[in-house]
Design a protein around this ligand. Sequence first.
Ligand SMILES: Cc1cc2nc3c(=O)[nH]c(=O)nc-3n(C[C@H](O)[C@H](O)[C@H](O)COP(=O)(O)OP(=O)(O)OC[C@H]3O[C@@H](n4cnc5c(N)ncnc54)[C@H](O)[C@@H]3O)c2cc1C
Length: 415
Amino acid sequence: MKKTEIAIIGGGASGMAAGIAAAQKGRQVIVVEGLPRVGKKLLATGNGRCNLTNLGADYRGYHGEKPEFVKGAFEQCNVEDTLNFFRILGLETKVEDEGKVYPWSDQANSVIDLMRNELEALCQEVITGTMVTGLENTEKGFLLKTASGESISAEKVIIATGGKAAPHLGSLGIGYDLAKGLGHRVTDLYPGIVQIKCEHPRLKSIKGIKIQGELSLFKEQELIRKERGEILFTDYGISGPPTLQVSRGVHQRTSENLQKYIRIDSFPTLNEAKLYETVWMMVGLGGNKAMDLIVSGIMNKALGRVFLKEAGIHPEEPGRNLNEEKVQKLCNIMKRWDLKVSGTLSWKNAQVTIGGVSTSEIEAKTMESKLVKGIYFCGEILDVDGDCGGYNLQWAWSSGIVAGEKAAKECMPDK
Ligand SMILES: Cc1cc2nc3c(=O)[nH]c(=O)nc-3n(C[C@H](O)[C@H](O)[C@H](O)COP(=O)(O)OP(=O)(O)OC[C@H]3O[C@@H](n4cnc5c(N)ncnc54)[C@H](O)[C@@H]3O)c2cc1C
């Protein structure tokens, strides 16, 4: 049996940060990662560039039953502290639009290589390719069992197994069973930062078309969230950054099971009057030209055809046949096209898990379990999910570093 001071289950973003932080405090650390290498998910982040944080990250960009829970970790390890942590490892970063931070190299590999190197240099051992399948609280500390039959005894355990999003990158949800086995409550889990499924018979004809628009998610008449940016139409619904950003609201429970829908404004920079004036002028100048050709002067032709049909106008109808009422109807659709929401894509497509181990059972300043002393949690396994744009990795780093440092501090004095 192997013996260590701190065992970390999961060598993803938060587990690696926790391991480095604990080992930097001089503690013996063993990290157990189920996949053949640590940090595999990081490779896929930020489209391979790893959007590792956001300069604007604070508790307002996070969600869960207690969004303010993140303040406890951020007070001790904020964005600046995190950037310093990486600078010391040798990583230089740059800031792009909306405060998003990337490695200078534009390669997620830079983050992984530097972290892996530090982890392997400082830790007692980094065991890869085997899952932790059992966790017992014994009189002599904690006992971990791995799928390959190894046993590890540890004074403290940090559970950093991630959630259920992108299971092909290691997050199979086993951590929830370990947490439940210790008596923890796990809230309902949903895929987050994910594409939205919509019901509309005309979606298939505009599959692959992208527009710069504004997207609002509504629950009946109540606006849940509004975002601007590139909207991509697909055969199942919509994708693109604003879609991913508002997708969380699709899972918002409503007691009356109210219908949710997406409203698309295809001309967010024009107010209704200006849009009407422009389209009316184009129709007037178009004369005998077909309406789909006239409309193609301001938007994608296939999408224009869909909007014309929605407004009850035949795409081949000559412009001169249209009256003010019909043009107004067309402009209404261009500013407000409503699509019925039927759900989101699944865990395979999700970037984050909504829900997790209840934060009311965790000390916000230490990440230690309130139920079982010596057990710590960090990262996505907790009921914390952040907005798109570097917020989720920032949570992984902050909570991981705090868990690692606090677990190290609470270990028995050096024997
Ligand atoms: C495609 C994609 C792109 C993303 N892009 C960004 C981005 O640009 N910016 C951002 O902020 N966030 C991004 N995210 C989200 C971010 O990657 C996660 O929130 C973050 O990695 C969570 O860190 P974690 O350590 O909690 O979990 P993970 O990174 O999922 O790590 C958990 C690790 O634990 C291991 N494990 C699980 N169970 C066990 C077990 N029982 N025994 C041993 N090992 C186990 C897994 O193999 C895994 O390696 C993205 C996610 C995806 C899927």
